[in-house]
Write a protein that binds this ligand. Structure first.
Ligand SMILES: Nc1ncnc2c1ncn2[C@@H]1O[C@H](COP(=O)(O)OP(=O)(O)OP(=O)(O)O)[C@@H](O)[C@H]1O
Ligand SMILES: [Mg+2]
Length: 286
């Protein structure tokens, strides 16, 4: 069991004196004997984007699950607006203003866009046995909110399954903004998208930031991170491999660190080695 370091002050402001919306301080998470995270720290501020970068298995999704209330951390401290907390459920995270958009997007593909927009929070009208869903309000609000964020959908009645992956991410972001999230957590929103669609999604991520939300953006892609990010946290096999403010690091350096710097150089040497005569096309015996 890892003991978190003693905190002297319960409320620790960020570097510029503001208390972060969300702060991880030396957080660890184990799945049985598997160390998924150890000693990870980051800050999320209003009107900023904190990017979490790392390769497969680095612990990015685990980190998100702690912030979104799916998993409890085993060590370290999670603070929400300065208050030390352990989130018991995604509902509790949501009640505290933390909205998460998962990569697989929990949507019902055959339901219209407006139904998905209000899924789990449907407004009703009438009382008692006359109570029913206020479909007109849901349609109108969805249409208005999407338009307000600059999302141009042909028709809010079309099944959400007919939207592209990028459009679905955009609807999910608009939904979090509409329902008053303070913190928006996005797990690899551009992972499955082409260049153009990635650009559109990043535009809405930036719009959420400009609306004053604190955003956590998980990504493999340092170029996407660098376009919109204010802070960059690099994870490698569950531990922090770097933490930088945008003006402390250039894109080249971020990319190099992300790619594993020296490991990549080693790999390039290995790949440059001349093939062994007589073994062309065969497997090196190693
Ligand atoms: N429920 C679980 N039970 C056991 N081990 C797990 C569980 N979830 C994740 N792990 C392990 O924890 C480590 C971190 O996994 P995680 O999913 O957080 O990585 P990731 O950075 O999101 O990877 P990817 O880029 O592939 O999504 C991995 O070694 C993974 O095998
Ligand atoms: Mg993941």
């Amino acid at each position: 069991m890892i003991e978190p370091p003693e905190e002297v002050t319960p409320e620790r402001p960020g570097g510029d004196g503001r208390t972060p919306l969300v702060e991880l301080d030396g957080v660890s998470k184990y799945y049985g004997n598997i160390r998924a995270l150890e000693g990870v720290s980051l800050e999320v501020h209003a009107g900023e984007i904190t990017c979490v970068l790392g390769d497969n298995g680095a612990g990015k999704s685990t980190l998100i699950k702690i912030v979104s209330g799916l998993h409890r951390h085993d060590g370290g401290d999670l603070r929400i607006e300065g208050e030390s907390t352990a989130l018991a459920s995604p509902r509790e995270a949501l009640d505290r203003g933390i909205a998460t958009v998962y990569q697989d997007l929990a949507v019902v593909p055959l339901m219209p866009v407006w139904r998905n927009f209000f899924l789990g929070s449907e407004p009703t009208r009438g009382k008692g046995p006359f109570r029913r869903l206020d479909t007109a309000l849901m349609r109108e609000t969805t249409r208005g909110e999407l338009r307000r964020m600059g999302i141009d959908l042909r028709d809010v009645d079309q099944p959400i399954g007919t939207l592209s992956g990028g459009e679905r991410q955009c609807v999910a972001i608009a939904r979090a903004v509409y329902f008053g999230a303070k913190v928006l957590v996005l797990d690899e929103p551009t992972a499955a998208l082409g260049v153009k669609q990635s650009g559109v999604v990043l535009k809405y991520v930036a719009a959420a930031r400009d609306a004053g939300l604190g955003v956590v953006l998980i990504t493999h892609n340092p170029h996407h991170a660098y376009l919109v990010g204010n802070r960059f946290v690099l994870l490698k096999r569950g531990v922090m491999a770097g933490s930088h403010l945008k003006d402390e690091i250039a894109l080249d350096e971020l990319t190099r660190q992300m790619a594993g710097g020296s490991e990549l150089e080693e790999l390039s040497h290995e790949l440059e080695r001349a093939p062994v005569p007589g073994h062309l096309g065969g497997h090196p015996s190693d």
